[in-house]
Design a protein around this ligand. Structure first.
Ligand code: NAD
Length: 250
């Protein structure tokens, strides 16, 4: 595994208790960063913290990302523990299952937007002021190729990720002169526990669309995300990086 220089850097990874967020945390720790895992699943959070602590300094913060006060509290607790926040990776997300737009429950549609879009907005809102104050920050939002193309039977998810791409572009421009860079990645399907919330038909649809004819591996996603979270990423902001095995055409 290639290593970046993340010594003395503190990274927050939302959804870090499992899946892509866990892989990002693992890779960041191996590059010398201290990591704060933010997640709603307290049991899994503690298990992951214990596993990852073999690699370096890692803390676990229980947070409900759709709740402004909970996010603010998580940011304060993280700064109290680690002294600062230099990088934020927004990995927490849900699919809300699959269904036709007019048949999905309204509450499910709203919840997906709340977690995937509003949650990421709230974490950015909580950390950006101190990133500006310290003159350095890196934010990486994990969107999805679904946000670029719009997957059938996943309008809530696709819309939330399209919104996250829009947030990335706007915030990137707002912070362009502050050395706080904001980028997004658009993965195709990676076999994590998020698959449990999707129909087999939908998973087959996504795989069939990937020219490389295989799923993305979490460590492949982590390699790009951790690079985007590092100082080596210096002239890219408000940008969207492909992780789709050839599916995305723009
Ligand atoms: N795995 C894929 O195929 C894939 C493809 C494209 C994009 N993505 C995106 O990548 C990100 C990570 O996906 P993953 O596969 O690791 O998912 P995952 O289900 O394995 O992990 C998501 C984590 O987010 C946490 N979470 C969910 N809601 C939360 C909330 N309200 N507050 C705090 N934490 C919350 C969960 O507890 C979980 O630990 C998601 O945003 C997902 O949409 C995943």
């Amino acid at each position: 595994m290639n290593q970046l220089d993340l010594k003395n850097r503190v990274m927050v990874v939302t959804g870090g208790a499992r899946g892509l967020g866990y892989a990002v945390a693992q890779r960041a720790l191996c590059s010398g960063a201290a990591v704060a895992l933010w997640d709603i699943d307290a049991d899994r959070l503690e298990r992951s913290r214990a596993e990852l602590s073999e690699l370096g300094s890692v803390s676990a913060v229980k947070v409900e990302l759709t709740d402004e006060a909970s996010v603010e509290d998580a940011a304060q607790r993280t700064v109290a523990t680690h002294g600062a926040i230099h990088a934020l990776v927004n990995s927490a997300g849900i699919t809300g299952g699959n269904g036709l737009t007019w048949e999905l429950p309204v509450e499910t549609w709203r919840r997906v937007i709340e977690v995937n879009l509003i949650g990421s907005y709230l974490t950015c809102r909580a950390v950006v002021p101190q990133m500006i104050a310290q003159g350095y920050g890196r934010i990486v939002n994990i969107a999805s190729v679904a946000g670029k193309e719009g997957n059938p039977n996943a309008s809530h998810y696709s819309a939330s990720k399209a919104g996250l791409i829009g947030l990335t572009k706007s915030l990137g421009k707002e912070l362009a002169t502050k050395n706080v860079l904001v980028n997004a990645v658009t993965p195709a399907a990676a076999k994590t526990e998020i698959f449990d919330s999707m129909s087999q038909q939908h998973i087959d649809y996504m795989l069939a669309k990937i020219p490389m004819n295989r799923f993305l591996m979490p460590d492949e996603a982590a390699a790009m995300i951790v690079w985007l979270s590092s100082e080596d990423c210096a002239f890219s902001t408000g940008a969207v990086f492909d992780l789709s095995g050839g599916r995305a055409t723009y």
